[in-house]
Design a protein around this ligand. Sequence first.
Ligand code: DOR
Ligand code: ZN
Length: 344
Amino acid sequence: MNSLTIRRPDDWHLHLRDGAMMRGVLPETTRHFGRAIVMPNLVPPVVTGREAAEYRDRILSAKPKGSKFRPLMTLYLTEETEVRDLRAAAEIGLITAVKLYPAGATTNSASGVRDMGRVRRVLDNMAQIGLPLLVHGEVTDPEVDIFDREAAFIERVLDPIRRETPGLRVVMEHVTTRDAVDYVREGGPDLGATITAHHLVINRNHILAGGIRPHYYCLPVAKREGHRRALVEAATSGEASFFLGTDSAPHTDAAKLQPFGCAGCFTAPNAISTVAEVFDRAGALDRLEAFASLNGPAFYGLEPNADTITLAKGDAVPYPAQVETGDGPVTVFDPGMDLHWRVT
Ligand code: DOR
Ligand code: ZN
């Protein structure tokens, strides 16, 4: 097979940032993706409906001419989130989901939730209206090893939330472990998971063995090879619970390459080619469309994109090593292998 036409993919987890950075990185997403769930972890975070509307408008005005890209907005859940504001934003279709960051778990998560009891009423309301909760699934307990934080989150936080809030729709974002894959598989139609392009490719050796490589550092951090294989198996299975969310998370090189470097892999330019390469190697190109273009919309109750993209197989696909932004250069994810599937 040398050519593949699929419905246009969506990105179910994306960091677009704001200002000059957003203007620099947005075209890298709109080139390939029809829609994206836009993360709300700006500084300060997107907490109210009004802030989401203003952010959406800034994205729309930065969009390249002629692009039909649709940003799907989210609110950042805090212990002060107001039910009335959240319901109003959901009712008019302004927001598609709400994001839970445990306080301190990752980049710009300081306003996140410390005590789940304080968001109880919000979660009950979300269950009533079918508004999905997107979770950054890591505990922040300093006693828990960083490689175990996802598994601990399932047991300590996610499973209790789901038991206490029947009907709550949940997406476990950027899963990195076999534990998460197994949990999602057993979770029924109200539980889904996004998987990134980079977690399909790298394991923890890529970050740490033979020299430290900050551009591979993201959160949740990549785990052992066995976990990566479980992710590839889940993504390529075609199962409805698993869909592509790149978690493309641009930081300038200046912010990545320092003693206290930021977490995030910037994959927007080559995410589709990377995922196609992984599926090709797994002999699963016939399921690429389910993962990249069909399962996500089905979970969110949306139609797949009406248009298509065509991927052609050939020589190594060119993509820039860096993307220039008004804030400085951002290094593009290096999958460590030639990519052969180009979006034509
Ligand atoms: O690596 C990450 N980067 N993980 C996150 O959860 C946040 C993201 C960011 O905003 O940079
Ligand atoms: Zn993210």
